[in-house]
Design a protein around this ligand. Structure first.
Ligand SMILES: [Zn+2]
Ligand SMILES: [Zn+2]
Ligand SMILES: [Zn+2]
Length: 312
């Protein structure tokens, strides 16, 4: 059982106590604590008429409260926060009060085109993944320029021949007579021209190989097996696509005292994808003593003579 005190009675008691304390202070030096009237009178009659509480459940604003007499029990519940994002704090579903902190960003992993990015607010952190070719220490050479391409000669590995190499005429098209269209894809086409004409080439010959690879995930095994066409998985903005590549040899053989290669490379890639690449290197390094590149070419067996060109 609880003692019940109505607000009115409480107020009355306080007034009396105050009056008595003031009176005591004025009248004498006797301490006010001796005044017995400051104590609440017993109220047995209230207990006898005690009602059955009509409890209203506690919420985040009020403890459990009797609808009739206002008696409370316990403490308010915690707020029921929901709906937080990295931009807006959660809001209590009961009272509407906002939480003090926002939620963490919802990060999507970095890919080759984008750094780590929050899928809610778009904020980015860090940098895109490093292209596989760069992380192996190789770089792309410039299109449309003539480069010296130096490789050991075929018959005497201690001397080199220097060819003039150019990859040029990059075009990006949806399709033409020899390149079939595919929804969401485009063809990237470029020409390669290589000419060896120095005396070492004339004396000892050369041994090179060339093929296609992906700039971001350079896996030569899958990109340039035997034959002049194939397919490869490429990753663009975090999604995998099946790309295709092919090349056509327009010319390969002696030309006067020189030896000439002219090849057209074509890649079918997702629209905007810039990872299609060509490599050309020293075949002797891969398959010592043989002019023919073998099928056991490993991506990590490029040597310093290998050059790379991106169709970008
Ligand atoms: Zn009550
Ligand atoms: Zn609340
Ligand atoms: Zn965010």
């Amino acid at each position: 059982m609880r003692k019940m005190t109505t607000p009115t009675m409480m107020l009355l008691m306080l007034s009396i106590a105050l009056a008595l304390v003031l009176a005591a202070g004025c009248a004498s030096n006797e301490p006010a604590a001796t005044v017995p009237a400051a104590r609440a009178p017993a109220e047995p009659e209230v207990e006898e008429t005690a009602h059955t509480h009509m409890w209203i459940d506690a919420d985040c604003q009020n403890p459990r409260t009797c609808a009739d007499c206002g008696e409370t029990e316990g403490t308010p519940t915690a707020h029921d926060f929901a709906g937080a994002t990295c931009q807006e704090p959660a809001v209590c579903t009961q009272c509407g009060e906002a939480d003090s902190e926002t939620a963490a960003h919802e990060w999507r992993d970095a890919n080759f085109q984008e750094p780590q990015i929050c899928t809610v607010c778009g904020i980015t952190e860090g940098v895109p993944l490093t292209p596989g070719l760069l992380s192996r220490g190789y770089a792309l050479s410039e299109l449309d320029s003539v480069h010296d391409f130096e490789v050991p000669t075929f018959q005497d590995r201690s001397v080199t021949t220097i060819g003039q190499l150019r990859v040029y005429d990059l075009e990006i098209i949806e399709s033409n007579e020899t390149h079939e269209a595919r929804e969401g894809f485009e063809w990237r086409i470029a020409h390669l021209y290589l000419e060896f004409s120095d005396s070492n080439q004339q004396r000892y010959g050369h041994a090179i190989f060339y093929g296609t690879l992906d700039y971001y995930t350079p896996d030569i095994d899958s990109a340039s097996g035997p034959g002049n066409h194939g397919s490869q998985t490429v990753n663009f903005y975090g999604n995998d696509y099946q790309s295709e590549w092919k090349f056509e040899v327009l010319r390969e053989g002696p030309s006067g005292r020189a030896y000439v290669y002219e090849v057209v490379f074509s890649f079918l890639v997702p629209v905007g994808y810039d990872g299609a690449a060509i490599f050309i290197g020293n075949a002797g390094f891969i398959n010592e003593g043989s002019p023919m590149p073998s099928t056991i070419i490993l991506a990590n067996e490029f040597d310093d003579s290998t050059m790379f060109f991106g169709l970008r």
